[in-house]
Design a protein around this ligand. Structure first.
Ligand code: MTE
Length: 322
């Protein structure tokens, strides 16, 4: 009899429709237990403080909402979002909120290098002075077939690309998460290709939808959601939206992302949302809307085709969808 061993890093099929987890969480919410559990699980972003000091960026929130980015569904309850996260640096479960509080988000330096006029490093608070923050309501669709709707605050990634001044020969932006196994226990698991890496083409990175997130729910973004700087590319599966970024490298080589390095047959570079192209182990036709009883049909490009479909014309030989 064949013995099928799941490799330690592989997403279980159950992650695709995490019914037990989902139902347990619903029971928890229905019973008000999330609030009761507040003593040990964060139910709100740590009130604009970083450890023992006030968050120096707290005064920037809430930012003006940009009405161009509206939703077709209610915003996901903040408590749901704060307690259901993928952040493998802090463990493979969805319940990493408490572990993620170990992340120190100040000082936080972001490096900009590779094929740029002049590489430089910039502290997150100096970066915040160089951009204008706005709030956008975005859908967020995980490859595991669940979704949320989130009020992100941040700035267009195009503004960072403009600051970086890439050379004309650069074709991609490679992004990298911090690496510090002393605070992130998941990074002590040597079979994962740390640090977490993601990439976009320059055309994708400068598309109006590509958004660098510094806040959510009207305050600095919570650690478990990727503080102090993460990406939101809502037309792609959620794994493209890299958290806690420390480096942007401009390059002419297509970056090999974290999930691609783990399992290229299941997670590719483009990873655009398409309900008609199943994941090799589950359907992508519909999604569980976290925090509700609802299962909705998934939309092509997660509903953002008007803004992004043109980016993929003429790329017929590419595996654009997973
Ligand atoms: N970024 C890093 N550094 N580490 C991760 O494990 N998980 C990705 C993405 N960015 C991940 C990451 C995945 S699989 C998803 S679905 C989203 O973050 C989840 O974001 P959320 O927890 O804010 O919903």
């Amino acid at each position: 009899m064949p013995v099928i061993r799941r490799r330690p890093w592989a997403l279980p099929n159950s992650a695709a429709t995490p019914e037990a987890v989902f139902l347990d969480r619903r029971r928890l919410l229905a019973g008000g237990a999330v609030l009761a559990a507040g003593a040990f699980l964060p139910t709100a972003a740590p009130a604009q403080r970083i450890g023992d000091v006030p968050d120096p960026s707290a005064g920037l929130y809430p930012a003006r909402r940009n009405p161009a980015y509206a939703l077709d569904r209610p915003v996901t309850d903040e408590a749901v979002n704060l307690n259901y996260n993928n952040f493998y640096e802090f463990g493979p479960s969805k319940s990493i909120a408490r572990a993620a509080q170990a992340l120190k988000t100040r000082p936080w330096t972001v490096a900009i290098d590779g094929m740029v006029e002049a590489p430089f490093e910039i502290g997150i608070d100096d970066l915040l002075k160089r951009v204008t923050l706005e709030e956008r309501l975005y859908r967020h669709r995980c490859v595991e077939a669940w979704s949320m709707a989130i009020p992100w605050t941040g700035f267009p990634m195009a503004a960072l690309v403009a600051l970086a001044k890439p050379l004309g020969s650069a074709k991609y932006v490679r992004m990298e998460t911090f690496k510090d196994p002393t605070v992130a226990p998941g990074q002590r698991q040597v079979w994962y290709p740390w640090p977490y890496v993601e990439g976009l083409t320059i055309a994708e990175a400068t598309n109006e939808l590509a958004f660098l997130v510094t806040g959510a729910y009207g305050k600095p973004v919570a650690k478990q959601m990727g503080a102090p700087l993460r990406l939101a590319v809502p037309w792609k599966y959620g794994f493209k939206s890299i958290k806690s970024i420390v480096r942007f490298t401009f390059t002419d080589q297509r970056p090999r992302s974290y999930w691609e390095a783990l399992q290229a047959s299941e997670y590719g570079f483009w990873a655009n949302v398409n309900p008609q192209v199943p994941h090799p182990r589950w359907s992508q036709a519909s999604e569980r809307v976290l925090g509700t009883d609802e299962r909705r049909p998934t939309l092509l490009f997660n509903g953002y085709g008007d803004q992004v479909a043109h980016l993929y014309q003429g790329l017929d030989g590419e595996r654009l969808w997973a």
